[in-house]
Design a binder for this molecule. Structure first.
Ligand SMILES: [Zn+2]
Length: 80
């Protein structure tokens, strides 16, 4: 740890950054393995279209996962 980083820790700046990073890590670790809307399971290794899944991470640590179908549906719902 260099002097600048140590000072940042002392000032509590780095601590906040670490806490935020840890929250994201926890959120990803506790990420649901299925769609929160239709219960369609995620096959992380097989599903090449995982990029199409919609992941929402809330400040309270709630993680919601929507399969491509449901994220498309909610998009069209919004335009109604
Ligand atoms: Zn779904």
């Amino acid at each position: 740890m260099n002097r600048k980083a140590r000072r940042a820790v002392k000032q509590g700046k780095l601590k906040k950054i670490n806490e935020a990073a840890m929250q994201v890590e926890n959120a990803i670790a506790s990420m649901p393995k299925k769609c929160s809307k239709c219960d369609k399971g995620v096959k992380m290794k097989e599903d090449a279209k995982i990029d199409d899944w919609h992941i929402e991470i809330y400040l309270d640590g709630t993680v919601k996962l929507s399969c491509p179908n449901c994220s498309n549906n909610s998009k069209s719902d919004e335009t109604k």
